[in-house]
Design a protein around this ligand. Structure first.
Ligand SMILES: CC(=O)[C@@H](O)[C@H](O)COP(=O)(O)O
Length: 252
């Protein structure tokens, strides 16, 4: 599903900011995630030991370019990731705004064009702009990752209608909601809307009980997908009796 790889779960988990390596390991296991992201630039000195822990999880690694603010920086980071981790997968993040951490669409497209031409399999972190999505697909991206809300904000699907339009516009491109998810119900909503997966970090890493929260997100993502596949009823303006009436009851 993602560049020919079908993960065990539609939840993707970030690995930054956990209180301890043991909690990170246990949270990954409890989430059931099949793909985990790691930042080359924000690893915080854990180095090879940290990467070994992630490899031991059995999950597919998706290195990211978190913390990059230009196309050149992101391209260099992606090349380093490929050398260090032996994968051509890259979650491409080019931050354009310090307050909102909003992706820079111009630098993102520039970097995506270069990396796709070099054979990378790019997962671009983007705003929900349809034209940008089209240009990224033209550049060679076979997955798009629109943001739910600003990174670390926990606001959920801030522009739900625009995301719905994006889903309709790209019926055949895997779409992953990335960032800003604060609660399992928000992840479930994304899955009910037909998104292919959800990527999140802060809501689990900063929870009081990261392992419990990871489990909750794993189940919510699965439930949301099941509901989507089962076919949700459309909301109606008026009441419709749920029990059909056959004839009249005779009293006495
Ligand atoms: C960690 C990662 O890969 C990012 O995409 C992002 O940081 C996730 O966002 P939240 O921390 O808001 O879940």
């Amino acid at each position: 599903m993602f560049y020919g790889f079908t993960p065990a779960s539609r939840l993707m988990l970030g690995t930054a900011g956990y209180p301890s390596p043991a909690l990170l390991r246990d949270a990954i296991a409890a989430s059931g995630a099949g793909i985990i992201t790691l930042s080359l630039r924000r690893e915080g000195g854990e180095g090879a030991g940290f990467r070994d822990l992630l490899r031991a999880s059995g999950c597919r690694l998706l290195p990211n370019t978190a913390g990059c603010h230009s196309a050149a920086e992101a391209i260099t980071t992606a090349r380093m990731a490929r050398e260090l981790l032996g994968t051509g997968w890259i979650k491409l993040e080019v931050i354009g705004h310090a307050d909102s951490l909003q992706p820079d669409p111009f630098a993102l497209l520039e970097a995506a064009r270069v990396l796709c031409a070099e054979g990378f399999e790019v997962f671009p972190y983007m705003t929900e702009d349809l034209i940008l999505g089209e240009r990224l697909v033209e550049a060679g991206c076979r997955v798009l990752m629109p943001w739910g809300a600003p990174i670390g904000s926990g606001q959920g699907l801030r522009h739900a209608e625009a995301l719905r339009a994006m889903r309709a516009h790209f019926p055949d491109v895997p779409l992953v909601i990335d960032a800003g998810i604060g609660a399992p119900s928000q992840a479930m909503r994304a899955m009910e809307m037909g998104f292919d997966a959800v990527l999140l970090n802060t809501a689990v890493a900063r929870a009081l009980d990261p392992v419990g929260m990871a489990r909750a997100f794993g189940q919510a993502v699965e439930a949301g997908r099941l509901a989507h596949e089962a076919g949700l009823m459309p909301p109606r303006d008026m009441a419709v009796p749920s029990t059909p009436v056959l004839g009249m009851a005779r009293l006495g």
